[in-house]
Ligand binder design. Structure first.
Ligand code: NAP
Length: 310
């Protein structure tokens, strides 16, 4: 491996997170080549100066490091090892950086497969949401070889602010699942706090403005509660993706014989949101399940929108 700085970065997956992260790499001066399954989503990046590629393989052929941020473990496997996958275009020494949230175990297996081709893999999932992706303030937890991590640090610094190498391959994904357990319970805490306030008849904005500055403060209170009060259930982070992450956390916990009581409860509440057609809503829609359970309404409730009962 040469110690030259990496300038050519490939980017696969221009969804809610990826499009902003790729844009920040372009703005930081990297030579960025992008690919997205739905090609139209590449257009804004091309207008900013990124190059477009016809496949993940072509991205890897043009790049020294290839970032993937797609949905689940199968999707990462598809863009890496599918017929036109990046692994087929990667030269020895290339670094694959997977920033999706996927299974730690599947990550280790993919890293081992890539290592057979002398291709390095870092798992580097993120937290900070759509806002952090846009502002370049993500937290990034990285698993894999520490020397490879250090070489990729300028890439991470273009997208995030708190960047920590947390251990060997898969450790980044494990830390991300810890994060998702905590996020899930903060989401429930936000929802129950709003429910209490609404039922008690206190002013929701005033309650929020004071408690978010004290011991109850959280990312959910700062970023999601205001959306709830505006009746804004657009994602941010989609319910179906949070459910994917809770499935991954609960599967890993089961493998360790670890009960996760609160996490299971949040999963069931979000399942109720899904049952009412809310798969693509932001996770703040957990309040709509609490409204049904507690027979109350918050202002701007998603329940006031027409919904197909699935
Ligand atoms: P998203 O908006 O649904 O974007 C998903 C992206 O993956 C799209 O570009 C999609 O392509 C692509 N994709 C999915 N399956 C694919 C496949 N089999 N082959 C090729 N491309 C595929 O999701 P997101 O919110 O950006 O999340 C992406 C990842 O980041 C997920 O693992 C999520 O858990 C994680 N994450 C999200 C957040 C957040 O707040 N949103 C925060 C932290 C971590 P198309 O455009 O063709 O659909």
């Amino acid at each position: 491996m040469t110690e030259q700085a990496i300038r050519k970065v490939g980017f696969i997956g221009l969804g809610i997170m990826g499009r902003s992260m790729a844009a920040n790499l372009v703005k930081a001066g990297f030579d960025v080549t992008v690919w997205n399954r739905t090609a139209a989503r590449m257009q804004p990046l091309l207008e900013m100066g990124a190059r477009g590629a016809s496949s993940p393989r072509a991205v890897a052929e043009a790049s020294e490091a290839v970032i993937t941020i797609v949905t689940d473990s199968d999707d990462v496997e598809q863009v890496l090892f599918g017929p036109e996958g990046a692994a087929h275009g990667a030269r020895p020494g290339t670094v694959v950086i997977d920033m999706s949230t996927i299974s730690p175990e599947r990550t280790r297996r993919m890293a081992a497969r890539l290592a057979e081709k002398d291709v390095h893999m870092l798992d580097a999932p993120v937290t900070g949401g759509d806002v952090g992706a846009r502002d370049g303030t993500l937290s990034i937890m990285v698993g894999g070889d520490e020397g490879v991590f250090r070489r990729c640090l300028p890439i991470f610094e273009a997208m995030g602010r708190h960047i920590v190498h947390v251990g060997p391959s898969g450790a980044g994904q494990t830390v991300k699942l810890c994060n998702q357990v905590i996020v899930a319970l903060n989401l429930l805490a936000m929802g129950e706090g709003l429910a209490f306030a609404a039922k008690a008849g206190v002013d929701l904005e005033k309650m929020l403005s004071v408690v978010q500055k004290g011991a109850a403060g959280s990312w959910a209170l700062d970023n999601l509660a205001p959306r709830v009060l505006r009746g804004d259930y657009a994602p941010g982070f989609m319910v179906k993706l949070q459910q994917k992450d809770l499935r991954l956390a609960l599967e890993a916990a089961a493998g360790m014989n670890l009960p996760l009581l609160g996490t299971s409860l949040v999963q069931q509440l979000l399942r109720s949101v899904q049952a009412y057609g809310g798969d693509d809503d932001g996770t703040q829609a957990i309040v709509t399940a609490l409204e049904r359970v507690g027979n109350f309404r918050l202002r701007g409730s998603a329940d006031e929108r027409p919904r197909e009962n699935k």
